[in-house]
Design a protein around this ligand. Sequence first.
Ligand code: SAH
Length: 224
Amino acid sequence: MSSGLSIDLQGSGMTSARTRERLISRLMAQGIRDTRVLDVMRQTPRHLFVDEALAHRAYEDTALPIGHSQTLSQPYSVARMTELLLADGPRRKVLEVGTGSGYQTAVLAQLVAMVHSVERIKPLQDKARERLGSLGLNNVRFRHADGLGGWPGEGGYDGIIGTAAALGVPSTLTDLLAVGGCLILPVGAGQQQSLVRVRRTAEGLQQEVIEPAHFVPMLGGVIH
Ligand code: SAH
């Protein structure tokens, strides 16, 4: 075997099935139980959602930079939020605020019928759209806008996920929830953030704090 080949093998080792399996074991050790979520994360190539120079770190349980001062969310956060979103039953139509790299979008797209994903930074959205297309995930619609404005003409979402921290629970998002639906969102400023679940029941909204969270802030306006 030539040394060139062995270097190549080592390189692909960082994104190999075995490396991915270590991440899945770590997620399980941290309390992720939903096998549908674990299976999808095992199969989704996270290394394709970061620059090539960072691909070797793609299966560490850490957030990674994606440019424009934004990050690809930590795998634990993606797993936890997706698990919470699916906990009350199957989800048909889901809204995501903050497409970013598109990794969370790709995980969702494999678990629900239709994803609507909003991103305020156009170059990030363009890359994410390309990545999902190349993975053959065609049940996603993208929108370049401030996600707090929702999706004009749409509503009745049975799941909404926010991947950036809002200062409070936005009524513009809870208004879009169907009865039986839930919003999963980090809330708070700086390091003082909590992951919050808001369920819409026939009686109204029920809000609960799940655990501490660490996300980039939800911002207004759009970048072209
Ligand atoms: N789930 C993404 C997370 C990216 S970080 C991933 O794993 O790659 C959060 C993203 O939310 C950033 O891309 C940021 O630009 C976007 N964002 C922040 N505020 C927003 C808003 N009001 N509307 C839409 N997107 C927003």
